[in-house]
Ligand binder design. Structure first.
Ligand code: C2E
Ligand code: MG
Ligand code: MG
Ligand code: MG
Length: 293
């Protein structure tokens, strides 16, 4: 029996240490520490009018500034938080902090703006999610109409009946729903009819090779056409060049978000971008490789 136990242990041990998951285990431990130490922060990326380049709102993007590892990108830590449930805590904090920040942005800009927040599948399914949402709105004084919640096609399709209930409650609060990374998830278009969706965010994958790629051009045109007929707004993600912006503009894409018009930036830089006359210089200067501060 001892031998068996030893063997089983050995298997567990070697499985852990021979897979890439090993690093994730230490990263996971570091995440709990990071929550206690307050190492998570929010960056804000402008979503701009494609014609005027005026800032309409910001997408909130989470950052983890680890004392020795440096900036850990969300693609590394969000999946771990999604697996262990920490995303509920982090996501609740992000939603509240983003709403509070929006108030400061509006004060600086002296005009209405909105804030767009990513909601993971697990957060969306969490029983307390609506309470978290109401708390963020009540605490900050932000109205639901100023909030956009970004979810993916996958989030809707895990449990469509539940999604329908939650989305109806969000609509009661006048919060808008954006489909993030549109076109890269489930390709069923039926959900556009079923659910109260307001915004489609065209994934960067379809923008990257514009204007040269005819296929990507066709996909963007189709999405813009679809959105127009369904009265949805479109945000093109990952716009990096003037040529991409011009292409999208010509085809009636109303909003863009990307390195060309503003990288993800710390809140104080976003305030400068809203108040300085030459805000485009501020936004370019703000950057820092791969969204690092
Ligand atoms: P996403 O929501 O699709 O966010 C857009 C990503 O594209 C961001 O990466 C942003 O920095 C990047 N990006 C924006 N413009 C450009 C561009 O012109 N070129 C390039 N190459 N990239 C651009 P980031 O910040 O690394 O976030 C990655 C993903 O992590 C997000 O994708 C989102 O799915 C997730 N995420 C980030 N913050 C949160 C959060 O607070 N909660 C949740 N649940 N997920 C988050
Ligand atoms: Mg997003
Ligand atoms: Mg996206
Ligand atoms: Mg994405």
């Amino acid at each position: 029996r001892a031998k068996e136990t030893g063997k089983a242990r050995c298997v567990v041990y070697s499985a852990r240490h021979s897979t890439p998951a090993e690093h994730d285990i230490s990263l996971e431990a570091a995440m709990f520490q990071a929550v206690r130490e307050g190492e998570f922060m929010l960056y804000y990326q402008p979503i701009v009018d494609a014609r005027t380049r005026e800032i309409e709102g910001f997408e909130t993007l989470m950052r983890w500034k680890h004392p020795t590892l440096g900036m850990v990108p969300p693609v590394r830590f969000i999946p771990i938080a999604e697996t262990n449930g920490l995303i509920n805590l982090l996501g609740a904090w992000a939603l509240k902090a983003a709403c509070v920040q929006l108030k400061q942005f509006e004060e600086a800009a002296q005009r209405p703006l909105y804030i767009s927040v990513n909601i993971s599948p697990r957060q969306f399914r969490n029983d307390r999610f609506l309470d978290v949402l109401d708390d963020a709105l009540a605490f900050s004084g932000v109205s639901g109409a100023q909030l956009v919640l970004e979810i993916t096609e996958g989030t809707l399709m895990i449990d469509p009946a539940h999604a329908e209930t939650i989305l109806a409650k969000m609509a009661e609060r006048r919060a808008r729903i954006a489909i993030d990374d549109f076109g890269t998830g489930y390709s069923s278009l039926a959900y556009l009819k079923r659910f109260p969706i307001s915004v489609l965010k065209i994934d960067r994958a379809f923008i990257r090779d514009l204007p040269a790629s005819q296929k990507d051009g066709a996909i963007c045109n189709a999405v813009l056409d679809l959105a127009k007929h369904l009265s949805l707004s479109v945000v093109a993600e990952g716009v990096e060049t003037e040529a991409q912006l011009a292409y999208l503009n010509e085809r009636g894409c109303q909003y863009v978000q990307g390195y060309l018009t503003g990288k993800p930036m710390a809140a104080n830089v976003a305030v400068a971008a809203l108040t300085e006359r030459h805000y485009e210089d501020v936004m370019r200067a703000a950057d820092v490789p791969a969204g690092v501060a």
